[in-house]
Design a binder for this molecule. Structure first.
Ligand code: KE4
Length: 428
């Protein structure tokens, strides 16, 4: 069953001497599940092929972006055509205007926006706008949500809700930590209490409206209501980090799904069609405060880059075609149902959570509601499951704290293969 990984092993050895952990983003090192990460040589549709020639059905989909499947011919053609016209100008283009119009069709609350080059930049910049327009430094985030690696977000909760946050990485100044308040996800009361005591210091609340970075957790109705009402009642902004959920949990992201308008929205992943893109935007009254029309500074040499814009535009055009979403949702629903049936049949303690085209298998009695409950899941079991799936040609996110992503290229055959593998892997 075990596949040859000789070339990946040897590349990893060399890479470890050149890059921390041999990778350019920590999760790729497979530390959470063990084993050698396959070094990927190419990808097409729902499949990855590694340097040893092993083929995998891919449920990472480059952590979300590949919603149409890898190397979609229309996206590739758009990138190639754009490259032939020049790869970067550092000047405005017609395509950026078209792109902004397209994004606004999906996210009407993004009346104005700015394109950047990553989800991290989008979140960091949205927070700066919230701070800039309110004149306040504090903000709220939720435990288990990830908003990129900007300093203000790499802060964890202190020992009690009333204590200051602590940097979660060396290199993040302690002095910054006092401005970041981390609350439990799905805890409406904690949000109300914090705003009641410190509301006038808080610029906003940033949230993954459906979490992906601790696995897929749906917000409760009560929590959503509090998100919508509490910050605004105190003059603070509601920031939806839809870097993962955008174009995924519904066409117009979580705002579309839940009927909530965010004041500011952060996008990444799908919006860039697999190239480095982020977008942040929202109400005109806030976004017009960004430089050069306003005092809040933000800039980028490669922002609105022609290749990234071409990939994003081609992706969004395909997603606007009738039935485009249904296809991916149907594949996700089939996998969800199939896994649930296997869990039941095999008597495994596990639950499947899914919102739209994102899902997670948690090894627990019931679906977790917050980070504490995710941490209590059987992550060793997940590691064994992950390894057994990989051996059977199924590439899952290498951590039990992540979401799985499907694409329009995942058809009945891929789902069937995945379920066949899972039938053995679930009891590994
Ligand atoms: P990037 O800077 O990685 O483009 O985006 C940061 C980000 C912001 N907000 C949300 C909700 C995100 O999910 C992300 C990035 N997600 C991770 C997945 N855990 C990317 C993978 C990685 O870090 O290697």
């Amino acid at each position: 069953m075990a596949r040859a990984h000789d070339r990946s092993k040897s590349l990893l050895e060399t890479a470890r001497g050149l890059m921390p952990g041999g990778v350019n983003s920590p999760v790729r090192a497979f530390r959470a599940v063990g084993g050698v990460p396959p070094f990927i040589a190419s990808a097409q549709g729902a499949y990855l092929v590694d340097e040893d020639g092993n083929r995998y059905v891919d449920y990472v989909c480059t952590w979300g972006p590949a919603i149409l499947g890898h190397a979609h011919p229309q996206v590739v053609a758009a990138i190639c055509a754009a490259a032939g016209r020049g790869t970067s100008f550092g000047a405005p283009t017609a395509a950026e205007v078209e792109m902004a119009e397209a994004v606004r069709r999906f996210f009407p609350s993004m009346e104005m926006m700015r394109m950047v080059s990553s989800g991290t930049e989008a979140c960091m910049s949205a927070l700066r706008v919230a701070r800039g327009v309110t004149g306040r430094d504090g903000f709220v985030k939720f435990e288990g949500c990830y908003h990129g690696h900007a300093d203000s977000f790499l802060i964890k909760a202190g020992s009690g809700l009333a204590t200051f946050g602590q940097p979660s990485s060396p290199g993040v100044p302690e002095s910054l930590a006092r401005h970041t308040h981390t609350l439990p996800f799905n805890d409406a009361d904690a949000l109300k209490r914090l705003f009641d005591t410190r509301g006038d210091e808080l610029a906003g609340v940033i949230v993954e409206p459906v979490t992906g970075n601790m696995g897929v957790i749906r917000p409760t109705d009560e929590f959503l209501k509090a998100l919508e009402e509490v910050p605004r009642a105190h003059g603070a902004l509601l920031i939806f980090d839809e870097v993962m959920t955008g174009f995924r949990v519904a066409r117009g992201g979580a705002q579309d799904l839940f009927g909530i308008e965010a004041d500011l929205t952060c996008l990444g992943k799908v919006v860039g069609g697999g190239l480095p893109v982020g977008v942040y935007g929202g109400k005109k009254q806030y976004m017009s405060q960004v430089s050069p029309t306003g005092p809040v500074y933000q800039a980028g040499t490669l922002s609105g880059n022609p290749l990234a814009t071409a990939a994003g535009l081609a992706t969004l055009a395909l997603l606007e075609e009738p039935g485009a979403y249904q296809k991916v949702e149907d594949a996700a629903a089939a996998l969800h149902a199939g896994l649930e049936a296997l869990i039941e049949k095999l008597g495994v303690t596990a639950v499947v959570t899914r919102v739209g085209t994102m899902m997670t298998v948690f090894f627990a009695e019931k679906a977790p509601r917050d980070f504490t409950e995710v941490a209590a899941c059987d992550h060793e079991k997940f590691g064994r499951f992950h390894g057994a799936m990989l051996d059977r040609g199924i590439y899952l996110p290498p951590s039990g704290y992540e979401a799985w992503f499907l694409s329009a290229a995942h058809g009945p055959y891929e789902i069937e293969q995945t379920l066949k593998a899972a039938e053995e892997a679930l009891i590994a």
